[in-house]
Design a protein around this ligand. Structure first.
Ligand code: PLP
Length: 360
């Protein structure tokens, strides 16, 4: 099986496996005062610092159980009067921001800055504006410097979901940033909320008091160590994102040659995600054919149940329900080879010819 679904999750990097295996030989609760507890605390704090440094972030790192929890903390606990979210946010934002005002996106999936400016102007107080750095279905990169400028001019805060972009693009200068280990070669179940100024967050309701009161519960120190090692491996592998962009372009060229379309082709995009539509062919049929041919790719967002749902992201970009149901996501990562992408290009061509013949 050739794995081209890195946007869903990436394989554990050998560096992360080694770091976690080494750390797992000793264990203790980092809050314990005995010597093993103090050693676990030291290892946890070292991992915290390494995560920030590897991602190029200077500020507070609140360790969480992943991107979803980091986003939830920001959405619930940020000191703001109103909440705004872009229409193309991940379900981890949309589902945790009930009642938030929705900022529309354009045909490339980029947030409409004119609409954001108008919404900020009409808001009843400072806003928390959640705009993701890069979209998980299309790879579209958002104009975050402009979003940040407009929001700060009105006294608001910006929450950037950087779950897909961390380790691939320099992080934006947002007030709150959510990241996740398993998208860059670390373990699932570890992530962080990066906070420029902790004063912008209210503490969580009283509980264990860990993570400076912002995220109670015994810390996943093993996960943090794996996260740090994976982030360091990405930072040390200079040039991997250029390699990934070349692979993505090869995949897109093969798809276009076979009758496919690249969604948001001319927008700034992540080097690792290609969203490919094959007009007239249901995404589920494409996935099944590619799966039989030995390729693991996905349709839209891989949701928790493994079912394929109509993509709210593509609908928000103006695609009709049918067209939105004809797009698949192919995503490469740190371990993907040119030979795998060539093989995918051939398999996509075979699949497209067979499907289009059937549809005719
Ligand atoms: N945000 C985006 C853009 C994602 O792609 C994902 C994961 O699919 C998440 C948030 C959720 O992250 P986690 O799986 O670490 O909870």
């Amino acid at each position: 099986m050739i794995y081209l679904d890195y946007a869903a999750t990436a394989p554990l990097s050998p560096t992360a496996i080694d770091a976690m295996a080494g750390a797992a030989r000793g264990w203790a609760n980092p809050s314990s005062v005995h010597a093993p507890g103090r050693a676990a605390r030291a290892a946890l704090e070292e991992a915290r610092g390494a995560i920030g440094a590897a991602l190029g972030f200077h500020g507070s790192v609140i360790l969480t159980s992943g991107g979803t929890e980091a986003l939830g903390i920001a959405l619930r606990q940020a000191r703001a009067a109103v909440r705004m979210v872009s229409a193309s946010e991940h379900a981890a934002v949309l589902g945790q921001a009930p009642g938030a005002a929705v900022i529309p996106v354009n045909a490339d999936g980029q947030v409409r800055l004119d609409r954001l400016e108008a919404m900020l102007g009409e808001a009843d107080g400072p806003a928390l504006v959640a705009v993701m750095h890069a979209n998980n279905e299309t790879g579209t990169v958002q104009p975050l410097p402009e979003v940040i400028r407009l929001t700060r001019a009105r006294g608001g805060l910006v929450l950037a979901d950087c779950v897909q972009s961390a380790g691939k693009l320099p992080l934006p200068d947002a007030d709150l940033i959510a990241v996740s280990a398993h998208k860059l070669g670390g373990p699932a179940g570890a992530g962080a909320l990066l906070v420029r100024d902790p004063a912008c967050l209210q503490p969580a309701p009283p509980a264990g008091g860990q993570e400076r009161g912002f995220r109670p519960g015994t810390e996943n120190w093993l996960g943090a160590i794996g996260f740090a090692a994976a982030a360091q491996a990405r930072a040390a592998d200079t040039g991997w994102t250029e390699r990934a962009a070349g692979l993505r372009e090869a995949i897109e060229a093969a798809a276009v040659a076979a009758g496919g379309e690249v969604i948001a082709a001319h927008a700034p995009r992540l080097p690792t995600i290609a969203c490919l539509r094959l007009p007239g062919v249901d995404a589920m049929l494409q996935l099944m054919q590619l799966d039989l041919a030995g390729f693991a790719v996905s349709a839209g967002a891989a949701c928790s149940s493994g079912k394929v749902k109509g993509s709210h992201v593509l609908r928000a970009m103006g695609l009709g329900a049918e067209a939105a149901g004809e797009a698949i996501r192919v995503s490469v990562g740190w371990n993907t080879t040119a030979a795998e992408c060539d093989a995918f290009g051939r398999a996509y061509g075979d699949m497209a010819r067979a499907m289009l013949r059937k549809a005719a």
